[in-house]
Design a protein around this ligand. Structure first.
Ligand code: FAD
Ligand code: UDP
Length: 399
């Protein structure tokens, strides 16, 4: 393969960097080992005609006007505010926990004036919030922790909340009002014609070529490029030389219900304590599509399978740091995205990180290009070393 820039992965991270580099005049090839673009945000029409998210529900939300206006070049939007109910006992109650959650569960009549007194009466204050258990007990105490968080977290991650970093449970706030939206971001919209259509527009540039079903790690010995943007799992790039970095996987069970226009009252229902799946999502809520039937997905957490979630806990962070040290020595490779940076990024955070990364690359390659007089050989092209340089070093040291 010959190109100036190779982008590995056609998800949010890869597509944003590719679009930016192409816009700045670089020739870019984007490869993905899957048969489609969009990464985990890929959507498609199922065989019943309903727009679904094959890799689980993706709801776009951001507080970043930069990210929102960047993506708005490639899509129109449909306003959508996600709501989630949790099945606790025989009730379906709002999550994040708010005044109505507490009142309905316990038969109380709290108001915005009194709800904090309730939380104060049940919470178990913690001096430091190191784990997800600390976060929830500190906010709402043991009963609500066990009703909403303990079972869900153990099911989703295969770990107790006391073994997960605080940042995981901290994604879910505790509300002192009646706001039952899952997110409170200033920008909450879904791409009007879906994510895949948005990705198609991002990648539709004369300087971009897309090669699907191309596994970079299997084919990298034939790659000769000036710079690589890698958005796959960082440990795989280095042949797992320090051991496998844990990622959590999911199995998705998609169902279509014919002649049933509605399955559930809100986009997602969480099942913290019942069933092997964590949640059920009904896509028509998210997309606003009109259809005589409806399509839903159930998510079954798995230890094995495609890497979907980095697992935030100190031991994993330490292992990631070892790989990150190798990555920093790869002068001609940028590691970008949820898998390559081992960060529990939402889509908007991937876009933000990718925009930043693209700027760095343009700056670096742009400077190098202008420093080289016309007609001199490109900087890196021949024999870019794969195995990566840092890995070669380790192997050499071991000999
Ligand atoms: P990915 O989308 O994983 O893309 C990486 C791509 O690299 C993949 O397509 C992969 O095939 C490719 N690749 C890997 N290795 C190779 C290789 N060797 N050769 C070629 N290609 C390779 N975020 C939100 O903001 N809102 C949500 O509601 C939301 N819901 C989610 C639900 C689920 C179930 C999951 C798993 C994630 C969710 N996210 C959500 C997070 C969102 O999916 C990510 O932030 C985002 O899609 C990550 O983009 P990425 O490009 O970094 O990675
Ligand atoms: N969580 C929980 N119960 C819930 C919802 C979330 O325990 O009803 C915890 C769980 O650990 C989950 C984390 O909070 O993994 C983050 O939830 P989020 O909905 O943000 O997860 P994602 O959509 O990324 O899977």
């Amino acid at each position: 393969m010959k190109t100036e820039i190779l982008v590995v992965g056609a998800g949010f991270s890869g597509a944003v960097v590719a679009e930016r580099l192409a816009h700045h005049g670089f020739d870019v090839v984007v490869v993905d080992k899957r048969p489609h673009i969009g990464g985990n945000a890929y959507d498609k029409i199922d065989r019943h005609g309903v727009l679904i998210h094959p890799y689980g529900p993706h709801i776009f939300h951001t507080n970043s006007s930069r990210v929102a206006s960047y993506l708005s070049q490639f899509t129109q939007w449909r306003p959508y505010e996600h709501r989630v109910l949790a099945k606790v006992g025989n009730q379906l109650v709002p999550i994040p926990i708010n005044i109505d959650t507490v009142n309905r569960l316990y038969g109380l009549q709290h108001t915005e004036q009194t709800i904090q007194e309730f939380y104060d009466s049940v919470r178990e204050p913690r001096a430091t919030l190191s784990t997800s258990e600390d976060v929830v007990l500190n906010a709402v105490g043991r009963d609500l922790y066990e009703k909403f968080f303990r079972g869900y977290t153990r099911k989703h991650w295969g770990l107790d909340p006391s073994d997960l970093s605080a940042s995981v449970a901290a994604r879910i706030p505790t509300r002192t009002n009646r706001d039952d939206r899952y997110f409170t971001d200033t920008f909450q919209n879904m791409p009007l014609h879906g994510y895949t259509a948005m990705f198609e527009r991002m990648l539709d540039h004369r300087n971009i070529r897309v090669d699907l079903e191309f596994d970079f790690l299997k084919l990298r010995s034939g790659v000769r490029v000036r710079h690589i943007v890698y958005t796959g799992p960082i440990d795989a790039f280095f042949d797992h030389c320090y051991g496998a970095l844990p990622y959590r996987s999911l199995e998705f069970k998609h169902l279509h219900l014919a002649d049933a226009p509605r399955y559930q009252a809100v986009g997602t229902v969480n099942y913290p304590n019942d069933h092997d799946y964590t949640r059920i999502t009904e896509f028509k809520h998210l997309t606003g599509q009109a259809h005589s039937g409806t399509s839903i997905v159930m998510e079954y957490p798995r230890a094995e399978g495609d890497p979907y979630y980095p697992i935030p806990r100190p031991a994993n962070e330490a292992l990631f740091k070892q790989y990150e040290a190798l990555a920093l020595r790869e002068r001609h490779v940028s590691f970008v995205g949820r898998l390559a940076q081992y960060r529990y990024y939402n889509m908007d955070q991937c876009v933000g990180a990718a925009l930043k990364s693209a700027e760095t690359i343009i700056d670096k390659l742009g400077r190098a290009r202008s420093a080289a007089p016309e007609g001199t050989a490109p900087l890196v092209v021949p024999g870019m070393q794969f195995m990566p340089a840092a890995l070669q070093q380790i192997v050499a040291n071991q000999k």
